[in-house]
Write a protein that binds this ligand. Structure first.
Ligand SMILES: [Mn+2]
Length: 239
């Protein structure tokens, strides 16, 4: 499988630091976006640790095997970040979300913890592959919150899973067949809170990937970009 990929990361217009990180390894067929949290540079450390964990994986044509390796590496990063947090004067979380994509052999697999998301564009339609690990997502699933009100909820920033957040990290995975022309988007919430799924679809529809990424970033900046913004867009090439 051949891939075309573009990445964008931007500090946004209100934050001083960019605590998001990304990794793009088209030769290994793996990509990752991580959104760090904790303040005072802890977030940068955490998201960098997630990316570092992914950088050490051995190439594999099987996305499921690659994802297995990634999950094991993320569990190690999880322990590292918890130990690191315990070394501080005041206990605090040094954590990061993660969303990853492994592609190979006509298959894809996504893995994630937290509210960074993966979408798949295919034949003019878009689906969100991941399901946020967040308080509002739990409320929506329980029928206690209308999905349309989720973004406006006062606790919309509360995530229920992250690398570095608890001793036993559960990473969700989901995969299937990948076809030539499929486009995958991995993004931090700095993008997905500011643009709708339909706007992402419109950006990806029949545009070169560079243009799609630029137009999405411009949209977020025009709307005030309160958070760091990171996206990785990967297209499966034909042949
Ligand atoms: Mn964020």
């Amino acid at each position: 499988m051949g891939f075309e990929c573009v990445v964008r990361t931007h500090v946004g217009l209100r934050r001083k630091l960019n605590e998001d990180s990304f990794a793009s390894y088209p030769d290994k067929g793996i990509w990752v976006v991580a959104d760090g949290m904790g303040g005072h540079e802890a977030g940068e450390v955490a998201s960098a640790k997630v990316v570092e964990a992914i950088s050490g994986l051995s190439p594999s044509p099987d996305p499921e095997a690659l994802t297995g390796q990634a999950v094991a590496a993320l569990k190690e990063a999880n322990s590292f970040l918890i130990d690191l947090a315990h070394q501080g004067m005041e206990p605090r979380t040094i954590g990061s979300t993660v969303v990853g994509l492994a592609l190979g052999g006509g298959q894809y697999r996504c893995f994630w913890a937290g509210d960074s998301r993966a979408y798949r564009y295919r034949d003019g339609t878009i689906v969100q592959i991941t399901r946020d690990h967040s308080l509002v997502q739990d409320l929506v699933a329980a029928g206690m919150l209308d999905p349309n009100d989720a973004e406006k909820h006062p606790n919309s920033n509360v995530i229920t899973r992250a690398v570095g957040a608890s001793e036993d990290l559960h990473v969700d995975t989901k995969g299937g067949v990948a076809f030539p022309g499929d486009i995958f988007l991995l993004a931090s919430d700095g993008l997905t809170r500011m643009v709708t799924q339909v706007e992402i679809l419109a950006a990806l529809y029949s545009k070169p990937l560079d243009q799609a990424a630029d137009s999405l970033l411009e949209m977020v900046l025009a709307r005030g970009a309160p958070d760091n913004v990171t996206m990785v867009i990967v297209r499966v090439k034909s042949g």
